[in-house]
Design a protein around this ligand. Sequence first.
Ligand SMILES: O=C(O)C(=O)C[C@H](O)[C@H](O)COP(=O)(O)O
Length: 212
Amino acid sequence: MTSSERLRQILEAQPVIPVLRIERAEYAVPLARALARGGLPAVEITLRTPQALDAIRHVAADVPEAVVGAGTILNPKHFEQAVEAGATFIVSPGQTPTLFDLATQSPVPLLPGATTASEVMSAAERGYDILKFFPAEQAGGAAFLKALASPFAGIRFCPTGGISAANASTYLGLPNVVCVGGSWVAPDALVEAGAWDQITALAAEAAKLRKH
Ligand SMILES: O=C(O)C(=O)C[C@H](O)[C@H](O)COP(=O)(O)O
């Protein structure tokens, strides 16, 4: 299986990819377990906190049922650090030539971001047919994404940013949406309280959302 096929398999397997901002590395393992128990094994741990790489390391080592990805990858150094920590897929809010070049040489797949027609075309030229659409709500929302489906029939998106239980179904109803990303399934307050069962319940609700 090629790395892009593997990425497609990960993104097609669940309707929602939890986007995690880990404030304390020790939260990562119980959080990933709680989400997997609820039916969302693939998670994106964002490199937005100093603990993110350790969090990825812990989940990769201790939660075999999870599929740990790294998010907020802004440059090749982040990409390499995340792979070294054990990330099995890489998510960027955008795209750069150096990121594309590194991804070509890496066995770990990249989900690059695109919010304009030109960015979609640049990524498609590099062989990508699944892209992140970030920040989804602010960049034009479901109506904008729907409009991209006409010229870019072969491209699918994982919209992320401003998505919640209230609007996820609208996105999942679009033909060019493969899954959505969001932090709503792991609210900071529940993570800090160690309320893992409540997080499992939120994940289970999200996992029930379907492409329709
Ligand atoms: O940093 C990145 O690469 C991101 O992907 C950012 C995420 O999209 C948002 O943090 C999630 O957005 P919310 O679900 O609105 O909280």
